[in-house]
Design a protein around this ligand. Sequence first.
Ligand code: LHQ
Length: 259
Amino acid sequence: TVLAALESGVLKLTLNRPDKLNSFNEEMHQALRAQLDRAHQDDEVRALLLTGAGRGFCAGQDLGDRDPRKSTEKPDLGRTLDSYYNPAIRLLRTLKKPVICAVNGVAAGAGANIAFACDIVIAARSARFIQAFSRIGLVPDAGGSWSLPRLIGEARAKALALTAEPLDAQTAADWGLIWKTVEDEQLMPQATELAEKLAAGPTLGLGLTKQLIQEAATSDLDSHLDRERDCQRQAGRSDDYAEGVTAFLEKRPAQFRGH
Ligand code: LHQ
């Protein structure tokens, strides 16, 4: 249910239940979790690229999994969040490597919010984002009620979440919800090129950069300046910093090793 391929330092993960628009069942949750753990542990992985098979990116939770017509028991959706979505969001955000999301088609519910937890989101022009939760009486999850207001402000976040109106990819980019859109046939070539470029980069410094920018959402300037100092001290001791400066002085491309 999740295709995984490691090439040129990029771990490419493809959500793969195309008949169900790559919505999450138990098996796909577990497969994604295993790959995210691998991305954390394996030094060969220096960037992550997440995308979907077929015409959709991800339609969130598989709603066929818990058919209310077949059970009178009230479900505990909190358990699904504790077991699967919340760990996945935390693993994406804490991964000390760049995470690129290539949104190839519709991203709905938790599928949209998983994309927004990634570091750089590129969408095919035909893709759209839907905070589908309110259509079925739920609240945004997978971090959406946290990330949306931060990315696009309260007014737009509330309108999207309350109405569940689809947002086209270009508007999402214009609003700063994602990085950019590209022509559909350009999506995977461009996302792969970007992921490979980042995978060949100074991984330690890139990881610290990601952390700092994320921390800024909740830190004050004074403590943040101290954090920048600490991270810069660490980056300054990396082999890649020495290589970067040497390559600059020698007027040649740097050969980063990731540490
Ligand atoms: C699906 C799904 C799907 C099953 C398309 N499930 N089959 C929820 C509950 C529990 C715990 C915690 O968290 C969550 C978080 C959530 O993610 S809640 C939000 C869940 N997602 C949705 O509400 C979106 C439901 N899907 C849709 O509204 C539409 O499918 C969209 C707008 C995404 C795409 O529309 P279309 O392009 O018209 O495609 P389609 O509706 O024809 O879908 C194609 C097939 O995929 C179809 O199956 P079929 O057998 O009829 O060909 C759909 O039933 C199936 N599918 N999403 N979430």
